[in-house]
Each structure stands twice: as structure tokens, then as C-alpha cells.
Design a binder for this molecule. Structure first.
Ligand code: NAP
Length: 279
């Protein structure tokens, strides 16, 4: 299978490195440069969009470019894909990275985790752009797109975007419940969405089952000798100085748990911290 991966950041690079069984074509230019002519030339089986503006503060300060990159360009790309699909015997699948942070939780009004069916409840501009893109893609055509919503992605890579690297850096960490998503389970889900004959499209919440807090993970990192023991801080204390404010979200997805069979968080985080330490 021929796969175009758009976006050379944390997720795009990790996918390019991991999906070695496929013929990967990393797209290094702007999303908008992936024109219909380019799509016809490369003739992919699937396009993965892991591109977007992700720095929350930058997004607030540059709303127009954020709007273009996170909403307009992915929707325009999907329109080109659906046009191709309407006249082709080989339809292209579109895998689009959204985010679990479209919900400002950690839980819904009844105290339950957010499922793919919950209406979006964004707290900051970046989250609004992610939620809007999801709705527009689904309105365009829900059949050829998988919308993937991870939360606080972590891996053994020593990069600034890795959640483990971030939790090593901050002196104080909040004690609010959250989901976290290993790159391992993202790769497993992407593989499924690329090769499965059916049940691959629609919205997927992606996470390692089991609720944690940034403070708990900070303690594990301290026990592994990767940082000093963190100070526990309340969410209200963080909100007083952290702008745009941090979003906390706990995810659940029945289909994801049945079909992907993700490993519990406890196991994956322990293994990944050990790998991070020795990398
Ligand atoms: N990492 C997480 O914890 C996390 C959690 C939930 C969801 N996600 C989602 O997963 C996706 C990938 O995230 P990531 O962590 O890999 O982010 P990242 O490391 O910031 O990578 C995103 C990449 O996309 C590029 N980009 C931005 N606008 C583009 C455009 N118009 N055309 C082509 N490339 C463009 C960025 O380049 P510049 O740096 O030059 O802008 C950057 O290299 C995003 O949609 C994000 O919302 C990530």
C-alpha cells in the first residue's frame, strides 16, 4: 500500500519510522500543495494528515494561519480526495489527526468520560479549530475519513513535543484526572484503519485505558531518576498563570477498546519510561 503522510512533527515522523511495511511518501510541503494533480501522480491508497498548528499560545496569536492549517487546508484536501473517490475504482482513505482536547473536562456534566458521540466542548482557540475541522470533514463525507483523537501523546523519543519530556520539565504538576495516549497505540490504530476491510472510518478516541494525572506520571519519572519529585498543584493554581489554560480530558470509546484491544496505561507507561531512560 502507498501512503502519503502529511506533517513532519512528532506524530508524522513517528508514523513514517514505524510503518515500514508500507510504501511511505512523506509530504514535506504545505497541505495545500498536495493538489489533485499530485494526488493523481502519487496515486496513494491512503493519506494521513498529521500536520497542523499545535502550539496553543502561537495559535491564539496567529488565528488566521491556525484557521487555515487546522481547518481550511485539511477540509480542502479531503474535498480533493472525495472528488477523486467519486470517479475512481481505488478510493483513497483519509486519516485525520484531531485531538481529545476538544472536550474541556476532565469529565462530562454527569461525571462520565467523553465518547466519540459527545458534542465538542472546546476551551481554547486551538481546540475550537480541531473540533470545527472534525465537523466539517464529517459533513463533507463521513465514509472515507477516520478522525483520530489522541490525548497527551507519549513515547520513548527525546523530543520537546513528547508528553514525557514535558512532564520532566515542569516543576509542579496538576492532580486532575486525564487520559494519555502512547505512540504505540496510535500506530496500532493507524495500521488497523489502513488495512481493515470495514469498520475503519468515523471517529476514534485513542488512549491507553486507565486514568492518570500529570502528577502521578511525574512521580513515576522521579522514581525512575529522570526528574526531582514534582510539587502537586491544584488546577485552579495552574489556571491563574498558565495562558491559554490547560485542558483536562478523560476519554472512552467502546469500539476502540473492542477492536484495537489497547494495553492498560500502567503497563505501557512503565515500559515507555524504561525505554526513554535507556534511549
Ligand atoms: N502531540 C500531542 O500530544 C497531540 C495530542 C492530541 C492531538 N494531536 C494532534 O496530532 C497532530 C500531529 O501533532 P504533533 O504532535 O505531531 O504536532 P507537531 O509536532 O507540532 O507537528 C505538526 C507538524 O505540522 C506542520 N504543519 C503545520 N501547518 C502545516 C501546513 N499547513 N502544511 C504542512 N505542514 C504543516 C508543523 O510545521 P510547523 O512547525 O512549521 O508549523 C509541524 O511540523 C495534530 O493535528 C495535533 O493536533 C497531538
Amino acid at each position: 500500500m502507498k501512503i502519503i503522510i502529511v506533517g513532519r512533527g512528532e506524530v508524522g515522523s513517528s508514523l513514517s519510522d514505524a510503518l515500514t511495511e508500507f510504501d511511505i511518501h512523506p509530504w514535506t510541503m504545505d497541505i495545500d500543495d498536495l493538489t489533485s494533480a499530485e494526488i493523481e501522480r502519487i496515486h496513494p491508497d491512503a493519506i494521513i494528515n498529521a500536520a497542523g498548528k499545535t502550539d496553543l499560545k502561537w495559535c491564539e496569536e496567529n488565528p488566521r494561519e491556525t484557521f487555515r492549517c487546522n481547518i481550511e487546508a485539511p477540509v480542502r484536501l479531503y474535498q480533493r480526495i472525495t472528488t477523486h473517490n467519486s470517479s475512481s475504482v481505488k478510493p483513497i482513505r483519509f486519516l485525520h489527526f484531531s485531538s481529545g482536547c476538544i472536550w474541556d473536562g476532565p469529565y462530562d456534566a454527569t461525571g462520565k468520560p467523553f465518547t466519540p458521540l459527545h458534542p465538542a466542548r472546546p476551551a481554547v482557540f486551538y481546540s475550537w479549530t480541531k473540533a470545527a475541522a472534525d465537523q466539517l470533514l464529517l459533513a463533507e463525507d463521513p465514509t472515507s475519513v477516520a478522525i483520530l483523537r489522541p490525548r497527551q501523546i507519549y513515547s520513548a523519543r527525546h523530543t520537546t513535543r513528547n508528553t514525557i519530556s514535558k512532564l520532566i520539565t515542569y516543576p509542579g504538576l496538576v492532580t486532575t484526572p486525564n487520559s494519555m495516549t502512547s505512540m504505540e497505540v496510535i500506530i496500532k490504530t493507524v495500521r488497523f484503519c489502513l488495512v481493515s476491510k470495514d469498520n475503519w472510518n468515523g471517529v476514534w478516541n485513542i488512549y491507553d485505558p486507565g486514568v492518570t494525572t500529570p502528577f502521578e506520571v511525574g512521580k513515576m519519572l522521579a522514581e525512575a531518576g529522570l526528574r526531582k519529585m514534582p510539587a502537586a498543584i491544584e488546577k485552579s493554581e495552574l489556571d491563574a498563570f498558565h495562558k491559554p489554560r490547560r485542558v483536562d480530558t478523560v476519554l472512552y470509546d467502546d469500539r476502540f477498546e473492542k477492536v484495537i484491544r489497547p494495553e492498560p496505561f500502567e503497563q505501557v507507561i512503565k515500559r515507555t519510561i524504561a525505554q526513554f531512560k535507556s534511549a
